[in-house]
Design a binder for this molecule. Sequence first.
Ligand SMILES: [Zn+2]
Length: 422
Amino acid sequence: MATVSIRDEATELLQELLRADTVNPPGNETIAAELLRAYLEGAGVEYELFARVPERANIVARLPGRGGPTLALISHTDTVRADPEEWTVDPWSGELRDGQIWGRGALDMKSQVAASAVAIAALARDGFVPAGDVIFVASADEEVGEDFGLSWLCEKHPDAIRADYCVNEGGGDRLLIGGRTAYLCGTAEKMSSPFLLRVHGRSGHASMPGIADNALVRAARLIERLAEYRPKTRVRPEAEAFLDLVGTSEPAELEPALRAIVEPMLSHSISPTMIEASKQRNVIPALCDVVCDCRLLPGETQEEAEAEIRAALGEDSYELIWLEGVGGTASPLGTPLWSAIESFVKAEEPEAVLAPFVLAGFTDSHFMREAFGTVCYGFFPMRAMDCEVAAALIHSADERIPVDDLELGTRFLMHVARTLGE
Ligand SMILES: [Zn+2]
């Protein structure tokens, strides 16, 4: 093993993981957990498998520390589906071509699974004893979220995964902000908070529109108001730090790529996406249901948002029914984990800075924050691949990662494990 480099080791492990089809549904993450088990066993790392059902195992490994702050390196082993017709290579080939490793999950997120496993294995082989325990968690079921993965571990096996600090997916993009190179660090996530707009009218025969009150037509007016609606801006600490780097507090002045990062940080968002009214062509509907995707800022409540939305919609015959509220958690900035990540960035690129941002979507980080108050950041640095190229490949065809970035990510995780708590 001593002659194999971190780079080769991570490449080989990622290729093996990509060849294991863990498309969720159905998941079958146990095949990935078994690969990781064999790999960690070879490096002498202690591990345990936890599974709610046999075919959907999670694997947790631990490198014991000296009683200092614990660090979890978390990742998920499932992927979204892939249509081979759209791909240049077989999505489950793990092919190495032009210095890149190809396959479904190469970016989201078997690369970070492999990098985390190689990081903990390499540290173990070196005989390194970290300040606090370093915990490796490769969990199932992130993409669908039916409680086989991290949520289930938090509830049923909290002692196996509890940690003070955590590195997850959701950051590491490298871009230019106000003329400076910056790496994004995901420190907070919006809350997925869809609602139903149930619009009421009065039914009638469609041949006589005048005698009825068409709920679909009423809904159209309300949808129009939602489209024009500009939610109130709230400047959270992440946005403040980010806008400081940008040098303007006016998102409209930003170029599109930066605007796409800043806008979700400043307010909640609403997108009407589904509509249902009459079941019959000749019946004017008394009811029209409009489903709206809605993302709230961390810390913002549904009651606060509802008051604002109702004010924008005005008086009308509708109910606003919240369908769920998931995520919406934040970790503070300027923690020891922040410093550890920042010191890696500085060592790689002395001119570069670390910039916090709020993820518009959500990851498994909210489970760790909610269960244990863990300081969770999303960070996996990408330097060789342009972040806009990477963003377009995630959940899409020809997903791939440069070997250079896989190695960079592995070195990053080793750096954090060595630095935190020292
Ligand atoms: Zn992911």
